[in-house]
Design a protein around this ligand. Sequence first.
Ligand code: ADP
Length: 418
Amino acid sequence: MPANEDARLEALFEYGILDTPDDPAFNDLARIAATLCDAPVAFINLIDRDRQWTKASFGMARQTVPRNYSICTQVIAQSDDVFAVTDLAADDRFADHPIVTQSPHMRFYAAAPVVTGDGHALGTICVIGSEERTSLEPEHAEALRAVARQIMALIELQRERTALNEANARLKTLVARLEEVSRRKTEIISDVSHEFRTPLTTILGYAELIQDESLEPTEVHEFAGDIVRDVGRLTRMMENVLDIERLEAGASRINTTTIDLVDLITKEVARWKSDDDTKHRINVVADASLPTICADHDRILQVVSNLLANAVKYSPDGGEINVAMSAGCATPEFRVEVQDHGIGIGPDSHGRIFERFARTAEAIRHGIRGTGLGLAICRQIIEGHGGRIGVESKIGEGSTFWFTLPIERARPFNPKPE
Ligand code: ADP
């Protein structure tokens, strides 16, 4: 065994050359070695942990033999230069070797180690012949050294080529991802500016109408109301943009108090029922004696309101919306579900819609307006409370948005005096 066997094996594995396919470039080098040394057979052998594996050969088929049969193993263990046995049959170390005792009855062997820049011998280039020789000619030894150097250079070159190919593939993936990000950014800018432009255009239209002095006071009043509504809408959109920035930057504090979530949700549903002129039927069911929880009242209200607004917006007028509240049995958590029977969401979008500006093709196809910010805000709020948020949905069948909040936080906060 070479003294630095572990490091040698590590170097060999790192080149990734073992068990690679037949390669004409290496076969040519084996042929050159055989021709230069006037030998009928040549092998490029690599010495693995337990076997000798042939990378290339000339004059005989490639073969794998156990390491204890390998003469080349002895070369890399005993010599860092050319090693020759002029008559294998007359040498005690090799006389019993099957390559000598059986066909092809080899007698002459010479090899040069294939050595890395760090001095690790990965294997050899060896030439063998069926007739003994008196000595190894110096020019044959020189030829073996030169071919061994060329084999090492080729191994290095192939490793560099593989690394280059891998880097190239990574680069291509990165470029594709960047292109996708850039395309998405352009799409977002166009969608969002459209969302902002629409109310502005309406405001301008109504303002121009009001300028018309022939309008009745009731009409002026009506148009002013429309302007106020659209300005409110613009303000909310601006607030959402700023809100998601603050939440994602962690710059928004959660002010927790003990809250009765059933009460909060029931009141919010009642408000929606009285405001909603699309006449959705909103039902609320809650498990008996649900605990209070510790959370930021306004932030949770914002989540509930957002999910209700979406359920109304993305389902047909008069549709049924069910809000359910329960406490987990397996885990101590409060669970809220908002189910609608609207346009639904395809499986590819289930995770994506919680990212900012993400909108589904389905929503766009139905011409339903939005900025794709509400759910991103909801996720930040819920995760900021240590909860989870998600959706189950099928296109055309409706969606169930759910979120959980940990109940541990509901325990009354009773700091013990120190
Ligand atoms: P917005 O509704 O303003 O676009 P949201 O962040 O609230 O923004 O929602 C992101 C996207 O998720 C929506 O654009 C829509 O495509 C989809 N979505 C949200 N809620 C529903 C729902 N209840 N039914 C179907 N699609 C929904």
